[in-house]
Design a protein around this ligand. Structure first.
Ligand code: PHE
Length: 360
């Protein structure tokens, strides 16, 4: 049996509620102030205003209060709720500000810490390295860079350069034709035709770029790169050509690199020559060459074709061959790179295997 006292009157309940509200009003500021983190603050707030919070449980006794007192209690409760809400927002803001201030004062960045270096850095392709080097050598001698299209007119690729229509290079078998008079340029000599047709001498240009031929084996790729150099002015002679070649060889392959010219034929030069340099692979410390497989035991390696620009080319391009002379030379970038790095197969340049590329 439990002892039950007389149940409280509604007036007593009313007084009790007002008392509880008053107690809560005096305590909540301290409770919020004691919450040192956002979570603690939110927890404290929920204990008061939450669904099962203290204020809610006070409201649950409203039914026992006389109807005429409910309005007054409702107003007190709402007033208190607004006070608690405002105080909560205030405390939250104060917490954020304190946190931000602490962060700023803690000097979170150590500016002396070394950066994180990526495990593997990208780098330039060996063909780009060699091309840039060759370009910079010719720029150093005063040549300007000229650009031009890879899909070219037959006229600029062949006709103006003195190729007869029955020349094997003009054949479907050797070149990639797009339409009957357009093809993928087979050499960068098309830039000679373009520059000479649109300018008057003096001129000194280099023209690097991709070229295309129906060829595919260890030393030939259907797409490869050439670099053309040509100079036109009054009184240009073979001696100027040889001087430029000697300078080029020394700058690319080192001081004292010997150069020799062997007579050769290209339709757009006369005389024409192929240029050899002293083999870079079997060169001895005293400068002599002992012969090796790469130079086929001759001590010489072919690096490019050249010659004096043929008068028929000047005529086709509207330049007076009685007044002007000039020289031209063209080299394969892949070949220069293969010689430079001892790469045995041209296709390695185009496979993009990181094990190959990372060696340069
Ligand atoms: N265009 C020639 C080739 O593709 C190279 C060359 C250029 C030869 C300039 C002479 C003068 O083989």
């Amino acid at each position: 049996m439990s002892a039950q006292g007389p149940s409280p009157t509604s007036t007593e309940i009313h007084a009790g509620i007002e008392q509880a509200l008053a107690a809560m009003r005096t305590r909540f500021p301290d409770r919020f102030a004691a919450a040192t983190t956002e979570q603690l603050l939110r927890d404290e707030n929920a204990k008061i205003l939450g669904k099962k919070g203290e204020l809610t449980s006070i409201l649950s006794q409203m039914g026992k209060v006389p109807a005429d007192a409910r309005k007054a209690i409702g107003e007190s409760v709402n007033a208190l709720r607004r006070e608690v809400e405002a105080a909560f927002e205030e405390a939250l803001k104060a917490l954020f500000q304190a946190k931000r201030k602490a962060e700023l004062e803690a000097r979170p960045f150590d500016l002396t810490l070394p950066g994180r270096v990526p495990a593997q850095l990208g780098h330039r392709h060996p063909l780009s390295i060699v091309r840039e080097e060759v370009i910079s050598i010719f720029r150093g001698m005063g040549f300007a860079v000229h650009d031009g299209p890879e899909v070219e007119l037959e006229e600029n690729n062949f006709t103006k350069l003195g190729f007869p229509p029955d020349h094997p290079a003009v054949d479907m078998q050797d070149s990639f034709w797009t339409t009957s008079n357009h093809l993928l340029r087979t050499h960068t000599s098309n830039i000679q035709a373009r520059a000479m047709s649109s300018r008057t001498p003096p001129m000194a240009f280099i023209a690097p770029g991709a070229v295309y031929r129906r060829d595919d084996d260890v030393t030939h790729s259907p797409m490869f790169h050439q670099l053309e150099a040509f100079l036109v002015d009054e009184n240009v002679s073979m001696a100027h050509l040889k001087g430029v070649l000697a300078e080029f060889a020394e700058r690319l392959y080192g001081p004292g690199t010997p150069v020799r010219l062997r007579p050769s034929y290209f339709p757009f030069v006369e005389p024409g020559a192929e240029v050899d340099i002293g083999c870079v692979f079997c060169k001895q410390p005293d400068g002599t060459r002992v012969g090796c497989n790469l130079c086929k035991h001759t001590g010489w390696i072919e690096i490019l074709g050249c010659g004096m620009i043929h008068p028929v080319v000047f005529e086709a391009c509207g330049i007076d061959p009685e007044k002007f002379t000039g020289f031209a030379l063209g080299m394969g970038i892949e070949r220069i790179a293969m010689l430079r790095y001892g790469v045995p197969d041209i296709r390695l340049f185009f496979e993009n295997d990181p094990r190959f590329l990372s060696q340069f």
